[in-house]
Design a protein around this ligand. Structure first.
Ligand code: FE
Ligand code: FE
Ligand code: ZN
Length: 201
């Protein structure tokens, strides 16, 4: 541990993120492999490529700070990845597994968004303009990845996961067969929205 300045705390934070990104380089391919949706797999693979660029960007930050590129174990990301791996061990299949992968991925993105948001504010306070600019590029990629995951969940994966769910219930319990999949809350919302659109148009 160095001294007691915000600059020291900042360098620690950059080391934490350097380690967090490297953990994600290992986790993202496992998540992509478990995805059943081609679109989700492609999104995870493209974020893996971005993550490689983010690691390189942090190396540039170390250079600007005149520090050796050295990581410091990020317990936060390790915990998020551990939870994600637990999910991958579950028996979930198809769209339900995809919905769980999205849930795990969004936890990782939000952790990164918090860390980069703080780091950018600290870099600006420290007058490290170029460093702040580099970190902002990464923050924008994390935000875009998060938005993409939400969009995929809302554009079909959650609905598909709901449909899988009601199929299972019908298999297991005949009493439920009078409950069509269209009564699931997500469906009701979608139907209400399309009814509204029809009324407007
Ligand atoms: Fe990242
Ligand atoms: Fe961390
Ligand atoms: Zn990310």
């Amino acid at each position: 541990m160095a001294g007691n300045t915000l600059k020291d705390a900042f360098v620690d934070e950059v080391r934490d993120m350097y380690n967090a990104e490297k953990q994600l380089l290992k986790a993202l391919p496992r998540m992509a492999k478990a995805a059943t949706s081609d679109e989700l797999r492609a999104a995870l693979e493209s974020h893996l490529e971005e993550t490689q660029g983010q690691v390189a960007r942090l190396e540039k930050v170390f250079e600007l700070l005149d520090e050796k590129p050295r990581g410091k174990h990020c317990a936060g990301m390790a915990g998020i990845i551990e939870e994600g791996s637990d999910l991958l061990q579950e028996d979930f299949e198809g769209a339900v597994m995809d919905a769980c992968i999205i849930a795990a991925g969004q936890r990782a993105e939000h952790y990164e968004m918090a860390a980069y948001g703080t780091s950018i504010a600290w870099a600006e306070a420290l007058g490290l303009t170029e460093v702040a600019r580099l970190l902002t590029e990464t923050l924008e990629e994390e935000k875009a990845a998060d938005v993409k995951l939400s969009a995929m969940a809302e554009a079909g994966i959650n609905d598909a996961a709901t449909a899988d769910d009601s199929d299972d219930e019908m298999d297991e319990d005949d009493d439920d067969t009078d409950q069509p999949a269209t009564t699931a809350p997500a469906r009701v919302g979608a139907l209400a929205r399309s009814a509204k659109r029809r009324a407007k148009g």
